[in-house]
Design a protein around this ligand. Structure first.
Ligand code: ZN
Length: 273
């Protein structure tokens, strides 16, 4: 049973219902503590307006989604992606975000070289970190389930993400998303290893059957993940940050009213997290 005051809602959870301005208003009016912001929605709203609205509504920003996507076929494109990450750092700072979420990127088009892609991820993070450190913005690598390795993220376990953190040093940690890591036999030991490097904690559930590997996430309590057990491990490291409900659900939750989605998140954080 998590403290409802720790709830943040990732705005992707009401992506189809709300613009950023609407999401800020709706979450704040429902008494939700935090929001995680997506950069495409931020671009529509405008950074200055978003900063203004966040302050006005007293919301905490648990993360900015997302930077990363480092691997690319040529040096020019890789540099463009690094530049985009540097801009994301500045946006996260302006929003007062707890961290910048990095979804590292998969294989460049036409490539079968996953270890090369992982090297590009390491090099890209290495190029962004000095600016992030100077700006005081924590960078959170989010390992994604291996089914996303080709197209979205070739960092697929907490162990792999923490190896990168070990190599890169200060200013970088991990985002633990139960959807991506629940199956990992080393999860408990890797959460313990992460210790104070856990920068974000994302919750949703794994439905059975899952019919869409991207957009069929379940509400906490509706699937097979033992979320309270993982929460116990995460909190056991001393993590006391926000708990972010992040539910991509094209067929179900995106079709319901945002009032129902927000109310259900508020209930389930107490009963199922
Ligand atoms: Zn996540």
């Amino acid at each position: 049973m998590a403290d409802p005051a720790r709830l943040s809602i990732n705005q992707a959870t009401t992506r189809e219902q709300h613009s950023l301005a609407e999401a800020i208003t709706a979450y704040a009016e429902a008494g939700v503590t935090g929001i995680s912001i997506w950069r495409d929605k931020l671009a529509e709203c405008g950074l200055d307006e978003a900063v203004h609205m966040i302050k006005d509504h007293g919301l905490r920003v648990s993360g900015l989604c997302r930077a990363g996507q480092f691997p690319a076929a040529d040096a020019k494109e890789r540099q463009a992606r690094i530049d985009d990450n540097l801009e994301a750092v500045d946006q996260a700072v302006a929003l007062g975000a707890d961290c910048l979420i990095v979804v590292a990127g998969g294989l460049p088009e036409g490539s079968k070289d996953i270890s090369g892609a992982r090297q590009m991820i390491r090099d890209g993070l290495g190029a962004v970190l000095p600016h992030a450190r100077a700006a005081g913005m924590a960078v959170a690598i989010e390992p994604l389930h291996p089914m996303y390795a080709a197209e979205r993220c070739a960092i697929n376990t907490l162990s792999q993400a923490l190896d990168l953190c070990d190599e890169l040093g200060e200013g970088i940690g991990v985002a633990v998303d139960v959807y991506h890591v629940w199956w990992d036999p080393d999860l408990e030991s890797q959460i313990n290893r992460a210790a104070d490097r856990i920068l974000a904690y994302h919750v949703c559930d794994w439905l059975v059957p899952t019919t869409d590997l991207l957009l069929d996430r379940g509400m906490m309590g509706d699937g097979v993940i033992d979320i309270p057990l993982i929460s116990k491990w995460v909190d056991g490291t001393g993590y006391d940050g926000l708990i972010e409900a992040e539910i991509f659900s094209a067929k179900n939750w995106w079709k319901r009213s945002s009032e129902e989605v927000i109310r259900t998140c508020r209930e389930r954080i107490v009963t199922a997290v």
